[in-house]
Design a protein around this ligand. Structure first.
Ligand code: NAD
Length: 337
């Protein structure tokens, strides 16, 4: 009918506005490392689009960004196609959503596999990179980019102090691919912004953008002067077969020379919630920013069985912290300068 056609046109117009706005902000955030909006404001726009798409699946626009990961890399770096795509994570914001996530996991498991063990890591607020080692020697670092193709930032990665260039204990592994987060610790970020302020240079909005901007400097000498750190959170190729869980994989990564952040194994959602609350209470003591925790099914065999749904794994989710923290961060920066 004419009425429903007019309604469709109005919905489409709303979707188009949201998509165009999100595109602008993705570019500012992922390509320029210079966001305009707070993350919580951006997330709200994204959720509005998602809600419309769920209500009107027939009207979903072909260029909807909902299933997109990150953004296309800048052309100044050599582009590299990932062997295995680098995806994002779904997220939950409260205990009920966490239980829903665990219920959805159970729905896909057999009776004998119900209520699997979960492993929890800190959600480090930096940028994801993939590192390759050939017979123990570091050979390549690539950013996540749009998930399929990233930027070759090998030269800059070599300047990260805690990134091992040689892994004696992995010398027998032809190809080891690990992934993790490059981040800028809080103290280094504050120092960097203070210096920029003194020189009248542009300051960074937050440690995440400072880390991304530093890692993607065309001059490795500048990257070297930036206080970056690398924390490893997965093995994507070359994991010894005897390792069967995510927690064991992280222990192995630590043994062979990587920095790994805190790991907690839990048996049920209540234990996960207790840990979430204890992390929120102590997060300001951490040397780096975290924006939540990541909850992963611990068994690697079950992870494989559960697989992926468009841009995210079915076996993991981010349990984000409340947005109030963004304000704290802004205030502390105001107060610093
Ligand atoms: P995400 O940051 O929410 O989650 C996925 C990422 O988490 C992974 O790629 C990985 O880098 C990281 N991660 C950290 N610790 C991890 C761990 N232990 N295990 C596994 N992964 C870990 O998703 P995203 O797709 O990178 O980006 C979305 C985020 O970017 C949102 O917070 C959004 O608000 C923000 N954003 C903001 C703007 C803006 O304008 N402000 C624009 C675009 C995106």
């Amino acid at each position: 009918t004419a009425k429903s056609a007019a309604n469709d046109a109005a919905i489409i117009a709303k979707m188009r506005t949201l998509i165009d706005t999100l595109k602008t902000h993705n570019y500012a955030y992922y390509v320029l490392d210079n966001p305009i909006l707070e993350d919580s404001e951006y997330d709200q726009l994204r959720r509005s689009l998602l809600a419309l798409e769920e209500e009107y699946p027939d009207l979903v626009q072909p260029d909807s960004l909902i299933n997109q990961v990150g953004d296309m890399p800048l052309s100044a770096f050599t582009q590299v196609t990932h062997d295995i795509s680098m995806l994002s994570l779904g997220n939950v914001f409260e205990y009920d959503n966490l239980r829903d996530f665990m219920r959805r996991v159970n729905d896909r498991l057999s009776v004998a596999q119900q209520n699997p063990e979960y492993e929890i890591e800190l959600k480090l607020d930096g940028l994801a990179v993939s590192l390759k080692y050939a017979y123990g020697k570091f050979v390549q670092a690539v950013t996540r980019g749009d998930g399929q193709t990233g930027e070759d930032i090998t030269q800059n990665a070599k300047t990260i102090r805690n990134l091992p260039l040689w892994l004696a204990d992995a010398a027998d592994i032809g190809l080891l691919e690990v992934r993790g987060e490059v981040l800028m610790p809080k103290a280094g970020f504050e120092r960097l912004n203070r210096l920029a302020e003194e020189k009248g240079d542009k300051t960074f909005a937050n440690p995440r953008n400072a880390a991304a901007g530093s890692l993607r400097q065309l001059d490795p000498a500048i990257a070297a002067s930036r206080p970056l750190a690398f924390y490893c959170y997965s093995v994507n190729q070359g994991l010894p077969e005897s390792i069967e869980t995510q927690s064991a994989a992280l222990a192995w990564l630590k043994d062979i020379g990587f920095s790994v952040s805190a790991v907690k194994v839990v048996q049920n959602p209540r234990e996960a919630q207790d840990y979430y609350e204890s992390v929120i209470a102590t997060r300001s003591d951490l040397p780096f920013e975290i924006d939540g925790m990541v909850i992963k099914v611990n068994s690697l065999a079950l992870q494989q069985q559960l697989g992926f749904l468009s841009r995210e794994p079915r076996w993991a989710t981010a349990y984000k912290f409340p947005a109030e923290t963004v304000m704290t961060r802004l205030h502390s920066i105001d107060w610093q300068v």
